[in-house]
Design a protein around this ligand. Structure first.
Ligand SMILES: Cc1cc2nc3c(=O)[nH]c(=O)nc-3n(C[C@H](O)[C@H](O)[C@H](O)COP(=O)(O)OP(=O)(O)OC[C@H]3O[C@@H](n4cnc5c(N)ncnc54)[C@H](O)[C@@H]3O)c2cc1C
Length: 225
């Protein structure tokens, strides 16, 4: 059994280029391409967002890759305008050498190590892994093995969404109403988007009480490959 922290890898993108490309598409509506200058996108984007002219945000997308738990992707895949490619529990047999004969579990951010709750969680994961490996050793197939896997099981998730959908997802999932494991991954992503594309993401609120030291590590796509 391996207990790991979640990670979010973000593809390299140029926030200014994204915003300028959206401006170029948007100006077609008014045939005001002649008004494009170095900074003209700032005013235009703010204006469009305030007026609800948001379909222009669908022209650009950002992809991320996450190591997260099944509970996180169960919630995220409810978002219908995002695209997903996710490690399949129907094909991966964690009892095989390829997976070091062990299951990886994501440490829950909201069950503190050293507490009785954490020990109960950890014992449960250990027992699940024992049963999983036993079932695998007697010939259990991944379709059968996956029936034992809990929400805490780690998985690799590729996710792509356009800017309009990211705004929507982040407004729901970085908020204090979302599950802590999702907040842990998506608050740092939102903070990056706010820094790189303020005209698009400034207005999105998030749970400012979530402890920054618990944020998932944010890395670039190429790291750890
Ligand atoms: C705090 C929280 C608690 C939740 N609890 C539960 C729960 O207990 N049980 C449960 O089943 N789900 C729950 N959900 C999931 C939630 O109901 C949505 O399914 C999920 O957040 C996806 O968001 P969305 O519908 O806005 O969809 P997206 O797929 O991201 O769509 C974006 C937007 O497009 C529009 N849209 C998309 N499809 C349609 C459509 N068919 N008709 C009209 N407009 C559409 C809507 O404006 C929508 O907001 C919860 C979500 C949150 C954030």
């Amino acid at each position: 059994m391996k207990l790991i922290d979640p990670v979010i890898y973000v593809e390299d993108y140029d926030g200014k280029k994204i915003m300028k490309r959206i401006e170029r598409a948007c100006r077609t509506c008014y045939r005001s391409e002649d008004k494009i200058s170095e900074d003209s996108y700032k005013h235009l984007l703010k204006n469009c967002i305030n007026r609800g002219h948001e379909s222009i945000l669908e022209h650009e997308k950002v992809s991320v890759r996450m190591i997260c738990d099944i509970g996180v992707y169960k919630d995220l895949t409810r978002h219908r305008f995002a695209s997903f490619s996710i490690e399949s529990t129907r094909y991966c047999n964690y009892g095989k050498d390829k997976f070091d004969n062990e299951i990886k579990f994501i440490k829950p951010s909201h069950i503190d190590e050293g507490t009785q709750e954490y020990e109960i969680w950890k014992d449960t994961m250990e027992n699940i892994e024992k049963s999983y490996i036993k079932l695998s050793e007697i010939g259990g197939k991944p379709d059968q093995l996956r029936m034992l896997l809990p929400h805490s099981t780690a998985a690799e998730v590729n996710m792509t969404a356009n800017i309009r959908e990211w705004k929507h997802i982040l407004s729901l999932r970085a908020s204090k109403h979302a599950h802590p494991s999702i907040r842990q991954l998506l608050i740092p992503l939102l903070l990056k988007f706010k820094e790189d594309m303020p005209e698009l993401f400034d207005e999105i609120e998030y749970d400012t009480d979530f402890e920054p030291e618990k944020y998932a590590k944010l890395k670039s796509f190429e790291e750890d490959e």
